[in-house]
Write a protein that binds this ligand. Structure first.
Ligand code: ADP
Ligand code: ADP
Length: 249
């Protein structure tokens, strides 16, 4: 059962010369609660696909064909590419959030990690009291391996691994059904990377969200992903169970 489905999705970058077909006729489903690995060499279109689905594309990127449907639990499908601004405000963070390769793209450098979770909660869930938000911030940080004494830390006071954990905590804050992770561990050393991958799997089991985990390193996905999709030159060239997908072109 899909939580998100893409059909015939194409995205071009309109450059001065000829357009770059960054995503070319991609049809792909994300199943509810699964970890879907999205692999492919650098430049194959993974980030463009992710940003299209999250409605974070900026010019000169343009969706030229296809559709993206979000399937809320117990509701009819919603056309993501045609969502109203109001629907979009609810979709982001509450239903889908993104963790980028650089935590600095997700974190605000002049605000503590606790305050950033608090801000995210306050902006999207007005039913929580200040005390409830504070409690939830501490709990979320603990879940991703950041102790309570770090709640008042600024991003620059944390290691790269801790910053990425904080970005994951913020992405989890509103309990979304879909989390897109775009090379979230690529900049980290191998040991930290392995720990974070294990924790993402554990968090997924606990919270039940679906993950699109993007990486150019197929080997990372073999142990964590339920299914793997491989892109090459903008096209989807392989989709299958992790054990059946062996090589990236
Ligand atoms: P990946 O995430 O797999 O590394 P990208 O989605 O970043 O791939 O890039 C897909 C293609 O789109 C590449 O050919 C890349 O050069 C091109 N591209 C990405 N961003 C831009 C941009 N802002 N302007 C023009 N071309 C771009
Ligand atoms: P702006 O400068 O308008 O915030 P962005 O491109 O950073 O532009 O963000 C556009 C919208 O997408 C904002 O509403 C923001 O809350 C949302 N957004 C930004 N980053 C993420 C993310 N990592 N996950 C979910 N939604 C995001």
């Amino acid at each position: 059962e899909p939580v998100l489905s893409m059909r015939g999705l194409s995205v071009d970058y309109l450059t001065d010369t000829s357009p770059v077909h960054a995503v070319d006729d991609v049809t792909l489903e994300l199943h509810r609660g699964e970890i879907l690995g999205l692999a492919g060499e650098s430049g194959s279109g993974k980030s463009t696909l992710a940003n299209a689905v999250a409605r974070l594309l900026k010019p000169p990127a343009l969706v030229t064909a296809g559709e993206v449907l979000y399937h809320p639990a117990g509701g009819g499908p919603v056309d993501v590419l045609r969502m109203s601004p109001k629907a979009l405000r609810k979709f982001r963070w509450r239903e889908l959030s993104v963790v980028f390769q650089s935590a600095m793209n997700s974190l605000n450098p002049v605000s503590t990690v606790g305050a950033q979770i608090d801000d995210t909660l306050r902006a999207h869930d007005t039913t929580l009291t200040a005390a409830q938000r504070r409690e939830r911030a501490v709990e979320l940080l603990r879940r991703v391996g950041i102790s309570a004494d770090r709640v008042r830390s600024y991003p620059h006071e944390l290691s790269g691994g801790m910053r990425q954990r904080a970005a994951i905590a913020i992405a989890l804050a509103l309990n979304p059904e879909i989390i897109i992770m775009d090379e979230p561990t690529t900049a980290l050393d191998v040991v930290v990377q392995r720990d974070i991958l294990r924790e993402i799997s554990a968090l997924r089991r606990e919270y039940g969200f679906a993950v699109v985990f993007i990486t150019h390193d197929l080997s990372l996905l073999l142990s964590m992903a339920d299914r793997i999709a491989v892109m090459y030159a903008g096209q989807l060239v392989e989709v299958g169970a992790a054990r059946d997908v062996h090589d990236v072109p």
